[in-house]
Design a protein around this ligand. Structure first.
Ligand SMILES: [Cu+2]
Length: 396
């Protein structure tokens, strides 16, 4: 009897002191890891036909064939080296753009930058922002696979995972990183009217397997300290040849604020409509930098901090991979919402023109020379699911 009473008391104490150890479903707030787990479980249900999301899923995309995108730090050493090899390869392949039209486009990698520069006003703060970037990242992953024999999938950077970003597996400068931080140069912080502390970089990236990278396109909308005197492009549109080093100022200003796991989870659970979800993703919120910008400005530098030319930063693809995952989690984590969220579409068609036409789900999206054969001009409503239309992948 006494023993039972003691056990009950201990149980009661435990309930108060560590409620999270118990299935306290009503009070429990979902963590970002819970959201990821639920989203993946539902994505697999969609694939095996036990949960309808309103899309047609090709029979060629199933549990056995679906590809899996992983977090960079979760890749094995061999997987990291294979990704780095493929990135270095695409940076050496010839451009497929019309010769002479874009003098700064020297390689196949540059093609990805040019297309982004051309499309910037119509794919940011617009209805197709998430859709077009999903399609764009997939085209990059596909180019790595088909043009450089890449055997893996596009990795992502889980924003909240590294509280010391320069020391993370992505930026630590080791042979398995995507290059180190920029070398330290004295430079001012401050970012487009926001207070922003300068990090310990600011100079050229010289360490790591992607060290001594150069960039030729841009800048168009640079955000680094003008005192660094980053060379202006000979052409006002940024397409001229302006070969210079790639700079970074990888910093910890945002990884423990607007990119921390609790904040990301609250963003997903707190915004039920796509318009609100997109806007709060892209616009600063109550003194916190927007989540999308926070990823870019945690890397910063040139061209990483330039909205037009940012894909010239090799970690752009990991950041936007995570952005795509964030949307994928939001779409899929609630089984009774999967169908409605999969088709939600809202917003305008031109960032620079608030009076631009409303985007329609049937609007075609374009990748020009980046699209694999027969895969250009896909309507947004075929880009809603990562296992329909041209896609067949999930995130783990
Ligand atoms: Cu973009």
């Amino acid at each position: 009897m006494a023993g039972h009473a003691v056990t009950s008391l201990l149980t009661a104490l435990c309930l108060f002191s560590s409620a999270t150890a118990f299935p306290y479903s009503k009070r429990q707030t979902l963590s970002i890891d819970d959201i990821q787990k639920q989203a993946l479980a539902n994505a697999y249900k969609v694939l095996d036909g036990t949960l309808a999301d309103g899309m047609t899923h090709p029979s060629t995309c199933n549990k056995n064939t679906v590809s899996v995108r992983k977090e960079y730090g979760d890749l094995t050493k061999e997987e990291k080296l294979e990704y780095i090899r493929a990135v270095n390869c695409i940076r050496k392949q010839p451009s497929k753009l019309p010769a002479g039209k874009y003098p700064g486009a020297k390689t196949r990698y540059d093609d990805f930058i040019v297309v982004h520069m051309n499309m910037t006003p119509t794919v940011h703060s617009t209805a197709n922002f998430l859709h077009w970037h999903r399609y764009y990242i997939w085209a990059y992953e596909t180019a790595l696979q088909t043009e450089c024999g890449f055997k893996g999938t596009q990795p992502y950077w889980n924003w909240g995972k590294y509280t010391d970003l320069p020391a993370s597996p992505i930026f630590d400068g080791s042979e398995t990183s995507l290059g180190g931080n920029g070398d330290y140069v004295q430079h001012a912080g401050g970012l487009m009217g926001r207070p922003f502390a300068a990090g310990n970089g600011g100079g050229c990236v010289t360490k790591g397997p992607l060290g001594n990278l150069t960039i030729s396109l841009g800048p168009v909308m640079g955000t680094m300290d003008p005192a660094l005197k980053i060379k202006a492009n000979p052409s006002p549109d940024g397409f001229g040849d302006n070969t210079r080093c790639l700079r970074r100022d990888v910093n910890n200003n945002l990884v423990t604020t607007s990119l921390k796991p609790e904040y990301l989870a609250a963003h997903i659970t707190g915004n039920a409509a796509i318009g609100k979800f997109q806007d709060t993703l892209q616009n600063d919120q109550a003194g916190k930098m927007a989540i999308h910008s926070s990823g870019h400005f945690s890397i910063w530098g040139d061209p990483g901090g330039d909205v037009y030319v940012s894909p010239g930063e090799p970690v752009f693809w990991l950041h936007h991979g995570q952005l795509d995952r964030h949307w994928w989690m939001w779409t899929n984590y609630l089984s009774d919402q999967v169908k409605s969220r999969t088709s939600m579409y809202e917003g305008g068609t031109n960032w620079m023109n608030p009076a631009s036409a409303k985007g329609k789900p049937a609007d075609k999206q374009w990748l020009n020379v980046l699209a694999p054969a027969g895969q250009d001009g896909i309507p947004s409503n075929q880009l809603f699911s990562t296992t329909a239309g041209p896609f067949c992948y999930v995130y783990v």
